[in-house]
Design a protein around this ligand. Sequence first.
Ligand code: PBG
Length: 333
Amino acid sequence: MDMKQRPRRNRRTQAIRDLCQESRISERGLIWPTFLLEAPNANESIASMPGQRRMGIDTLSGEIEKLLPLGLRGVCVFACVDDTKKDSRGSFALDDDHFYLSGLRKLKQRFGENLVVMTDLALDPYSSDGHDGLVQNGEVVNDETVNLLSQMAVLQADTGADWIGPSDMMDGRVGAVRGALDKAGYTNTAIISYSAKYASAFYGPFREALDSAPRSGDKKTYQMNPANRAEALREVLLDIDEGADIVMVKPALSYLDVIRDLSQATTVPLAAYNVSGEYSMIKAAAEKGWIDEGAAAKETVLSLFRAGAQIILSYWTPFLLKSTESLVLESGA
Ligand code: PBG
């Protein structure tokens, strides 16, 4: 055949493919989401998320210690609160040195600037209603929730945590949290906002991990409609205007178009959360022998970088850091 352009020439050998590769998984952009239990040495498996664990602070610190030399840059920490401590106001969240806060403090004391510690800011781990905000007469009330979140954010910032992560989707929370942090003197504490967080079916395994599923109703009055793309831009622009340092799309895989749009429309770093359901689906298929887990995990995370995210929250972070295939993973040196 007479052809000037033969795209396959750029795919002929592994070395050529490496040189021509457009996007790379970089450990410099990975954050590991983790689940913190109160007992310092706790270490429990999570049925819905094989390979992930609920850990006490000492166990978690030990894991981090092993991952730092492999290039770990950050963790996001979620609180697993005992049911007996939950109430309708999520009061335990404002207990001023409960295990979540003391755990964050220990991480910063031990790892300092070598590890970015990101918090989770929402009421669901503490609320007997399992909602991200305060429920009154069957409704998740916005402004009172924002008031509570602002107080929680100051407590979290006081631990030395680097990034506060509001995951609640209340209106005006980024501005209120920024105001509260500044007023308390935490002007260097950043906000990584879950700006475009969709009401998704892919959070199921996480809710089982935290036992935090809504006791009634769903989250559709605050989390976004999966059908909407323009609204993601609206939310992101509002959050930036209110002071967000980093914005996020969540989940990731069904929202690659949104990641792409936002990466072109904003000038702050963009994060994507490769959520529990996206992780567990591949795990389950791999357990059945239907899919190559490692290859599928890498393809997933690579696709998020390709779509335009700079920061990826992924449960595969430890696996990717341990991966010996340096052809795919950039070295940390
Ligand atoms: C709630 C929260 C959720 C996740 C992170 N924060 C679940 C929800 O909104 O119900 C999900 C993360 C995951 O599925 O991996 N504040």
